[in-house]
Design a protein around this ligand. Structure first.
Ligand code: FAD
Length: 411
């Protein structure tokens, strides 16, 4: 039986306490929503921002209270009822109810799924000692381990793995990075950009091993032995701490049986609407259509979570004909950044098999396209924020590959 009062049966329920949900709450209010908003957040404490977890928070340069997502008093001003430490476990779109882990059932008029993603786990069932990095709790645990010093093995040379490697080096640890691909980020950004980023890490003394396969981890006299093979034969290293950054998976398990369409994330139109009326999704958990590019992607990027939360919040109000609310679409060149040492890696759009790189005064810029007769699809800038800004405009304008090449020649 439902334990919610009649007053609570009206309103919006936002599930997940991250950036997308907070953006949706702000947008609902900005779009004239004057009914209750309930935020169901699995983690205890105030909602916080994730990017610093692998950077300044891990190195101890910012405290937890400095990475809160909402400024002090903001949730109260927005009249958001925060249910922190409570997890949604089931959704019934036909009855407009969501069930929480204490069996409380919340009714809603409109609901947002913003449950983010979870760090993918290593497949090796015989080894349970690896750190992962998704939450504040994970970051605290990893920071404690790093403070003990020694050697760190990072599994996976993706953005999070490389940021942790950079943070650990700046804390004075010896660092090995093990990557199955031929180079760091080569699957994401191609060989040129991967080589430039590899160079940053090697220059700082990181031992970067690529083409790693048959990786095995085992505890050996209080330390952790990693053994693997590459085309050059077997190799191994000993470490005091192991962290795995091998990707993330959308948190959709609680939606099983709801009938909501899921296909590598909750499938959404360009306004965040899911396959069920009254249910929206945003952020890392969702796969949105992008009205600018016509393509559908699940992106695990801060900027997309902010934009999608904001668009979904507007549409949650507008679709219920709230006065003053406007229907919006997500039409954006996706963007992300990564900070490694004093370097800034920025990327917008999407990569493609055609790429061309140029060294600029400060760094490297790479353009991508799906084919030489197709428009520019993405731009990577290493230490060139101005190039990234200009490149983002060119991607939005669907500049031709010839135009992109001419532009690249100017940097
Ligand atoms: P999340 O931030 O994951 O929030 C989802 C929330 O929902 C979580 O708090 C989770 O506990 C909660 N939840 C899950 N299941 C339930 C449930 N059943 N009921 C209730 N609550 C639930 N992006 C960049 O562009 N640049 C960067 O430099 C960058 N650095 C990053 C560093 C780290 C360590 C990480 C983890 C991510 C980084 N990102 C970066 C990605 C960016 O932080 C995410 O894209 C963004 O946080 C997504 O926001 P979200 O609200 O969709 O999901």
């Amino acid at each position: 039986m439902s334990r919610v009062s009649a007053a609570e049966r009206r309103g919006a329920v936002l599930v997940g306490g991250g950036l997308a949900a907070i953006a949706a709450a702000r947008s609902l209010r900005a779009n004239g929503w004057d009914r209750p908003i309930t935020l169901v957040a699995a983690e205890r404490g105030a909602p916080y921002d994730r990017p610093p977890l692998s950077k300044q928070y891990l190195t101890g340069h910012v405290r937890a209270d400095e990475i809160e997502l909402a400024r002090s008093g903001e949730l109260a001003e927005l009249e958001v009822r925060l249910l922190a430490g409570r997890r949604a476990i089931a959704l019934d779109p036909a009855r407009y109810t969501v069930t929480l882990d204490d069996r409380t059932r919340l009714n809603y008029e409109t609901l947002l799924i913003a449950t983010g993603a979870a760090a993918r786990r290593l497949a090796d069932p015989g080894f349970a000692g690896a750190h992962y990095l998704r939450t504040l709790h994970d970051a605290d645990s990893l920071a404690r381990a790093l403070r003990r010093g020694g050697r760190l093995t990072v599994i996976g040379a993706g953005f999070i793995g490389l940021e942790v490697a950079a943070s650990a080096r700046s804390l004075g640890l010896e660092v090995s990075v093990l990557e199955s691909a031929p180079g760091p980020l080569t699957r994401v950004l191609g060989a040129d950009a991967g080589a430039a980023i590899a160079g940053l890490h090697r220059a700082r003394g990181v031992e970067l091993r690529c083409g790693v396969r048959e990786l095995e981890l085992a505890v050996d006299r209080g330390r952790i032995r990693a053994r693997w093979r590459t085309q050059d034969g077997p190799d191994e290293t000993m470490a005091d701490t192991v962290v795995a950054g091998i990707g993330a998976e959308p948190r959709v398990g609680w939606l099983s049986g709801s009938g909501i369409e899921v296909d590598d994330g909750v499938v959404c139109d360009a306004g965040g609407r899911t396959s069920s009326a009254g249910v929206y999704a945003a952020g890392d958990v969702s796969r949105w259509a992008n009205a600018l590019t016509g393509s559908t992607h699940r992106v695990e990027q801060w900027q997309a979570a902010l934009e999608q939360g904001s668009v979904a919040g507007a549409n949650m109000a507008a679709d219920l004909e709230v006065a003053g609310a406007s229907v919006r679409q997500w039409a954006s060149v996706p963007y992300f950044w990564s900070d490694q040492y004093e370097h800034k890696v920025q990327f917008c759009g999407s990569t493609g098999p055609i790429s061309l790189s140029a060294a600029t005064v400060r760094g490297v810029v790479t353009c991508y396209a799906p084919a030489a007769d197709a428009p520019l699809s993405g731009v990577l800038a290493l230490d060139s924020p101005a190039a990234l800004g200009a490149g983002r405009r060119l991607v939005a304008q669907r500049a031709s590959w010839d135009e992109a090449r001419a532009w690249l020649g100017e940097w």
